[in-house]
Design a protein around this ligand. Structure first.
Ligand SMILES: Cc1cc2nc3c(=O)[nH]c(=O)nc-3n(C[C@H](O)[C@H](O)[C@H](O)COP(=O)(O)O)c2cc1C
Length: 175
């Protein structure tokens, strides 16, 4: 049995939902899993865990700065591993873009940090226009129009491949 810390960064809660699913899979295998939100001040000491996982969503092309701050301040622990990273974004709904080597945000991630995670994944996120501020809704609808996604202002679509999330959880178990 391993003790895992999953540190996550979310705006609308979808990354947390993915974390909860990973937690469920790992706990059913007998592991102990703690979830903690990056940037809230309630982060447990990462050195008290056997394995670390960082999960973060994309907003306007970037993982939030606090994600990189979290990584930078724990770099030796993360480098020692085992430690994993996953990203949540809408580009990953496109065929092939759910491959860490072919997702632009994972490429950006690799450029921004020297950390080389033991395991990496990228999951398609959720689109829910009703939740967004008007300016954000306009922008995301324009991006969806350009990229062939849903533009109906009532659209509420979860693109996440939950079987892929379960597979990732099992990879964490054995990493
Ligand atoms: C204002 C805004 C900007 C976004 N920008 C991007 C983007 O640049 N690229 C992308 O692939 N997805 C983008 N997304 C989609 C989010 O990554 C997706 O909705 C994800 O599920 C959000 O996860 P969270 O609820 O954990 O923050 C954006 C969403 C919003 C609301």
């Amino acid at each position: 049995m391993a003790r895992l810390l999953i540190a996550y960064s979310t705006v609308d809660g979808h990354t947390l939902k993915i974390c909860a699913r990973i937690q469920h899979v790992l706990q059913s295998e007998g592991h102990s899993v703690t979830l903690a939100e990056i940037g809230t001040g309630a982060m447990p000491d990462a050195s008290h865990f056997d394995k670390l996982v960082v999960g973060a969503s994309i907003r306007y092309g970037r993982h939030r700065d606090e994600v990189y701050e979290f990584i930078e301040t724990r770099l030796p622990l993360l480098q020692r591993g085992p430690a994993a990273f996953f990203s949540v974004n809408l580009v990953a709904r496109k065929p092939g873009r759910d491959d860490p080597d072919r997702n632009p945000y994972l490429r950006g991630f690799r450029r921004k940090t020297p950390w080389e995670p033991t395991v990496m994944a990228v999951f398609a996120g959720k689109l829910e226009y009703a939740k967004y501020r008007p300016a954000d809704r306009l922008m995301i609808r324009a991006i969806m129009w350009l990229t062939g996604g849903p533009t109906d202002a009532k659209a509420n679509v979860e693109f996440t491949d939950w079987a892929a999330v379960d597979d990732f959880a099992r990879r964490l178990s054995s990493m």
